[in-house]
Design a protein around this ligand. Structure first.
Ligand SMILES: *[C@@H]1O[C@H](CO)[C@@H](O)[C@H](O)[C@H]1NC(C)=O
Ligand SMILES: *[C@@H]1O[C@H](CO)[C@@H](O)[C@H](O)[C@H]1NC(C)=O
Ligand SMILES: *[C@@H]1O[C@H](CO)[C@@H](O)[C@H](O)[C@H]1NC(C)=O
Ligand SMILES: CC(=O)N[C@H]1CO[C@H](CO)[C@@H](O)[C@@H]1O
Length: 210
């Protein structure tokens, strides 16, 4: 092996472990599940797909629906294809609500909009957008169904540039009295769901699995 190749490999290995655009895990977190994957596309391209919630059913085996809503959880119509325009127009998505329809564990890949949900694995979640940072390419939400003492969740999703490519990272931290039970019931399935979303996002952007 050439020295230059070896140096490049070491630099890549160090870089891929050192780089993160996720904030530290929140205090009170009992366990966390997360994933990361490098996508061969510019960060703006990946961000647009991540923000295009209306088309998640076309590719996402974990989050089948992700619906923007007002504070009463009444869906807000999204006229433009991506939410980036709403944010750009100055109406921040922070403190807006989201209704999620998810599959834990995930559906087998690939999926499209007509792929039926597995009803045994379907869950609905009502959450609050706690961070929306387009400039930093990251966002977060917390569940609002239970008081934090019972169940505290915070899911971050973040992108960052690695050379000409994009690192996708997502992590949920779970705390509260129910966290141990949830870990036992859903910990493994949730890990599979996070991993599957990463793989499917990469395929959606790069064009694979289709
Ligand atoms: C990405 O995930 C791998 C495991 O798949 C882990 O070893 C690595 O530390 C993670 N990298 C970051 C930046 O979180
Ligand atoms: C959509 O996915 C289902 C499997 O979930 C598959 O049977 C069907 O052929 C797919 N449709 C298209 C248009 O790819
Ligand atoms: C939703 O998140 C925003 C931003 O962090 C926060 O100011 C607001 O209090 C939260 N709303 C609820 C109902 O938790
Ligand atoms: C119907 C509508 O509101 N379309 C808008 C979508 O967003 C673009 C730019 O972000 C606007 O130019 C359109 O008017």
């Amino acid at each position: 092996m050439r020295v230059s190749t070896a140096i490049a490999l070491v630099a890549f290995a160090l870089g891929s472990h050192a780089q993160t655009n996720l904030p530290p895990v929140a205090s009170g977190t009992d366990f966390a599940v997360g994933t990361n994957i490098t996508i061969n596309a510019p960060i703006a391209t990946v961000w647009d797909v991540l923000m295009d919630w209306e088309h998640y059913a076309d590719w996402n085996p974990f989050v089948r629906t992700q619906t923007l809503a007002n504070e009463f959880f009444i869906p807000v119509p999204v006229v433009n294809r991506t939410l980036a325009a709403i944010e750009a127009a100055g109406s921040s998505l922070e403190n807006k609500r989201v209704i999620f329809g998810v599959q834990i564990p995930p559906l087998p890949l690939p999926v499209n909009a007509s792929t039926p949900s597995n009803l045994l694995h379907s869950q609905t979640s009502f959450e609050n957008i706690t961070a929306m940072e387009p400039d930093q390419h990251r966002m977060a939400w917390k569940q609002l169904m239970f008081p934090e003492a019972i169940l505290a969740t915070e899911r971050w999703s973040a992108l960052s540039s690695v050379g000409g490519q994009t690192l996708y990272e997502s992590r949920i931290g779970i705390g509260g009295a129910l966290s141990g039970i949830l870990k036992g019931l859903f910990g493994e399935g949730l890990q599979e769901s996070f991993d599957a979303q990463g793989v499917a996002l990469k395929a959606r952007v790069e064009g694979g699995l289709a």
